[in-house]
Design a protein around this ligand. Sequence first.
Ligand code: NAD
Length: 472
Amino acid sequence: MYHLSQAYIDGAFVPVQGTEVVDIINPATEQVIGTVTLGNRDDVRRAIAAAQRAQSAFGRTTKQERIDMLRRLQAAVLARTDDIREATIDEYGGPLSRSQWVSEYASQCFATAVKTLESYEFTRQVGDATVVMEPVGVAALMTPWNSTAGSICSKLASAVAAGCASVIKPSELSPIQTHVIAQAIHEAGLPPGVVNIVIGRGADVGAEISTNPGIAKISFTGSTPTGKAILRAGAETMKRVSLALTGKSATVILDDADFNDAIPKALSAGFLNNGQACIAGTRILVPRARLAEAVGLVKSTVASLQVGDPRAPTTVIGPLVSQAQYDRIQHFIRAGLEEGATLIAGGEGRPERFTRGYFVKPTVFVDVRNDMEIAREEIFGPVLCLLTYENEDEAVRIANDSAYGLQAYVFSSDVERARRIASRLEAGGVMINALKHELTAPFGGFKQSGLGREYGTAGLEAFLEAKTIVSA
Ligand code: NAD
């Protein structure tokens, strides 16, 4: 049993002043595996004050000193790979292979930041001016429950690379994963106050961060409504705000695609991370003339996907994170049926052999119009829509007919043709015939999927301000 009741402030683990105690539930078993005492506004104010004290010295560190710190963070997080994986399985229900990937990705974020930093010029000559890129100041890094280790480490890597002391506010649903990461950060031995961590409610700790004048920059990952609230709240003190938000990504399967390859990959993109992925490809577009073939392949592929114990190496889809997520998914499945969509896989309730755990059936609808709720809202569970189109123009129109624009996928046997489609899609990233990441390239969303970019040089510059110096 875990009993977590500390924040990490000024280089030390300290008891929180908050008093709200919340159960930590293993989503596969519904058993209480611990408790967390949430921090409150006083805790986060102390964390902000510590970061402010650390900022001026940290902001003046050299590139080489920060590279050394990033390497120490990388080594410390790498040493915790197994603990991160275990916490991700126990607390979040992440399937083994995904949890392993996340735990490795967490340390890679620091290695990638080192690479970026090594080639980055903080001072450049522009005409008669010398332009100096300076750290923006104390940064708040706010993360969601569906990507705790990855989001914390990718944001922290950029903040440290830029010379920004930070206050991390992870989701209140991720205390064990946060605890492991906090220990690793402590072991990296950065100067006190450079990194501070407080878990608390969004409406309390998150709202304090969004308005506190001690915070210069917010890097937020979460839902679009919360992102808007933070942007509004932060405007008063003109915080620099980067937002990585909701997605409703389209997967465009072109008529020349090899469906035996494309359909299983499209389903993998849709069911990624138990369907709880911002980049999940949840609207799969197929040419009308090949719908029957697509439906057959969807049915056989979904039937072969193992849902269950996230520890089993063969499990593809584990439980959802919470009862609230389970209920939300049931709502959307009912909404799809009420609006006239047809199920070709899954449906309401748990998979047959489950009596407990927040497991849902991998579900796919056809007869979906793009104006239905299931095609417009981010469901955030393994529930996908199969839509049809007549020609390329219609495919692009449907794909772009969304408030969101985080990611898209294109499948075709002709990569040049797929690239032409990619150039017309309103999405921050497009993957062609593949599901892979490039950690040094910008990551972020068009439209209501976000503001700004993370990763690589773009991610670093999100924590910097340009100062132009011209002398006689
Ligand atoms: P959320 O918006 O509910 O919460 C995210 C974080 O914001 C949490 O730490 C929460 O405590 C905090 N928060 C909540 N209300 C707040 C407020 N009023 N002020 C300040 N902070 C507040 O999101 P979630 O449910 O934790 O995560 C799922 C969402 O995150 C999905 O929409 C998903 O698409 C999105 N997401 C986006 C990306 C991306 O890179 N674009 C990655 C992962 C998740």
